[in-house]
Design a protein around this ligand. Sequence first.
Ligand code: URA
Length: 214
Amino acid sequence: MAVAYQNNVYVVNHPLVQHKLTLMRRKDASTNTFRRLLRELASLMAYEVTADMPLSDIEIETPLEKMMSPVMDGKKLVLVSILRAGTGLLDGMLDVVPGARVGHVGLYRDPKTLTAVEYYFKMPQEMNERHVIVVDPMLATGNSAVAAVDRIKELHPKSIKFVCLVGCPEGVKAMQTAHPDVPIYAASIDRQLNDHGYILPGLGDAGDRIFGTK
Ligand code: URA
């Protein structure tokens, strides 16, 4: 149940997704509640973003007879978490695709320029044989997402998708300008960025809310 927001940008408007996002946005949601909802929401987003993953038939035996039946090769899938808030989305996605490999990109936002500075990059082997889903709860300036995808593209994966909870027109534009070939999946595209690089109305600092650091 993903509707096109614009070319290659999909908003997952399933009622469960929208309901959970509303609960997460509330400023009085506890760290525990926020984290649990994020995990549940991530599983629902994983369901949408893997909808066109390739299947191959394998032979199995039911209690009655042999049959060819389709499976998705989870190992061909790499979930790439943009540290640190991406971790919050990762767990819920792994609940649904437990065989997926995991990569990490460590980027921090320079508080003055808001540009992304890389401090960590670790991917599985043979990325050229894998489909990548990059996860970060917030698509704000888009700088981190663009920088992460820049680096991942150097490894020539079969495909790349980007999943966030909340995006904004500025972040979508940045990603679409730099990487028009990368589909974006979001639970909401909010109104705008503020001068500090936060999304309005948004849900605040996702990392702080996941880890209880504020
Ligand atoms: N990162 C966040 O955690 N929240 C925002 O609103 C923007 C960037």
